[in-house]
Design a protein around this ligand. Sequence first.
Ligand SMILES: [Zn+2]
Length: 63
Amino acid sequence: MGVENALFNQIQALAALEDGLDMDFTGTQWEAEWLANNKVCPCKACIIARDCLKLIGELEAAK
Ligand SMILES: [Zn+2]
């Protein structure tokens, strides 16, 4: 596995992170809670994903 492959895997992981963040809960049992929370998903996975994306953004901005 070369450097390009590792980078590609990281980009894919990042895209998955963004895709999985704050899903549309319309029509699900979590809809009311989700709407009350400004359409921000309160689950642990989203909180961690949000932190990761923020950190990555800060690192990118600092370059
Ligand atoms: Zn979530």
